[in-house]
Design a protein around this ligand. Structure first.
Ligand SMILES: [Zn+2]
Length: 143
């Protein structure tokens, strides 16, 4: 059996369930049981209604590109990521517009703000440790 991924060993914060689910190949986000608001980043207590009851729900990792950037130069810890790479901020309308980060894989020809994307759960290596991560693909693009 391989070493547990970094994020799995550091899951004591409010976002712990996110990392455990991601390590198991799923995307889960918290929603307040008191008022129904989706939260991301995760919170222990809802800032809208004050409820401590945050429930985690499996969500389809589909959304639209909110923002993106292409990185041409390696930086400390990113050496295992091939250059250049494209980082996306993706808005999930089904989760109240919460936004997730990840790298783009596959064809980047149709990349634009508002483009439809879908993610798969993969992993990346930072400073020699593996962490679960999202890889986004443009919907309709061949991989
Ligand atoms: Zn609430």
């Amino acid at each position: 059996m391989s070493e547990p991924m970094l994020a799995v060993r550091h899951t004591t914060g409010a976002d712990g369930p996110y990392w455990r689910a991601l390590a198991a190949g799923r995307v889960e986000l918290p929603r307040c049981a008191g008022c129904g608001r989706w939260h991301w980043p995760a919170v222990f207590r809802c800032g809208e209604c004050g409820s401590w009851d945050q429930q985690w729900h499996a969500v389809e990792p589909e959304g639209t590109v909110f923002s993106w950037t292409r990185t041409w130069h390696a930086f400390d810890g990113s050496e295992k990521i091939g250059l250049p790479f494209v980082s996306l901020v993706v808005e999930l309308p089904q989760c109240g517009g919460r936004r997730l980060l990840g790298l783009l894989e596959g064809e980047a020809g149709g990349l634009r703000i508002g483009a439809a994307v879908r993610a798969r759960v993969a992993e990346t290596e930072i400073w020699g440790e593996r962490i679960p991560a999202l890889r986004w693909t443009l919907s309709g693009a061949s991989s």
